[in-house]
Design a protein around this ligand. Structure first.
Ligand SMILES: C=C(O[C@@H]1C=C(C(=O)O)C=C[C@H]1O)C(=O)O
Length: 201
């Protein structure tokens, strides 16, 4: 118990140094305005990032002065969260390929991304999705014209410490194969360093 409270103190004082950055649970809203009623930051400097319509990777690369990197935190078969399975319309007991990465600009983590790829998307050309490694998923999705993105949702992260993500966005990407639609889900959690000038140092 004492250890837990000590750790949470360390996290509050120096979040990015002392705590592993993790993808938090979030409440999702179809309209940014609805999320903005709960957290005005949705309408502030984060708004641009919550609304990027094309490749998010590309937008981040354009923001970099020196380098852009994808760091893989974890990648492999695992069970999706119940809400993710419902959104993807797959059984929640069915494993999916789950990829969590840090998108880093100029040496700093800017975004945590979690992608849930159901088994059906991994067939045929989708096999490549298991071998992305440090290559950005966006480069794959936006260079294969059979994929198109559905509407963006805005997420408010629950119970996170300072330095951890508070705002997020997510969308489904759809493709058709053999007459059936298949979808994967990309969630992007914005770290304050990306949009808060004061917190960037
Ligand atoms: C979906 C995109 O891909 C980005 C790259 C990701 C990855 O490599 O895992 C994850 C989320 C995205 O921000 C995009 O660029 O829009």
């Amino acid at each position: 118990m004492r250890l837990v409270s000590m750790l949470s103190k360390v996290c509050k004082n120096s979040p990015t140094a002392a705590c592993a950055l993790t993808v938090p649970p979030a409440c999702w809203y179809r309209q940014p305005a609805a999320a903005g009623l709960r957290d005005p930051q949705v309408h502030g400097p984060a708004r641009y990032w919550l609304n990027v319509q094309g490749s998010f990777t590309r937008a981040l690369q354009q923001r970099c002065q020196q380098s852009f990197q994808v760091e893989v935190a974890s990648e492999g078969f695992a069970l999706p969260r119940v809400e993710e399975a419902r959104k993807l319309n797959i059984p929640w007991r069915q494993q999916a390929w789950i990829r969590e990465v840090r998108l880093c600009g100029d040496g700093q983590p800017w975004v945590l991304a979690r992608t849930v790829i159901p088994l059906a998307c991994l067939q045929g050309p989708g096999r490549q999705l298991r071998n992305l490694g440090n290559r950005p998923l966006g480069a794959y999705l936006f260079s294969h014209r059979q994929w198109h993105r559905g509407p963006l949702e805005t997420g408010l992260c629950k119970g996170t410490h300072s330095g951890q993500p508070r705002l997020a966005r997510r969308s489904l990407f759809h493709t058709r194969r053999q007459g059936r639609q298949h979808s994967l889900m990309v969630c992007e959690y914005l770290l304050p360093q990306l949009y808060c000038g004061a917190e960037r140092t």
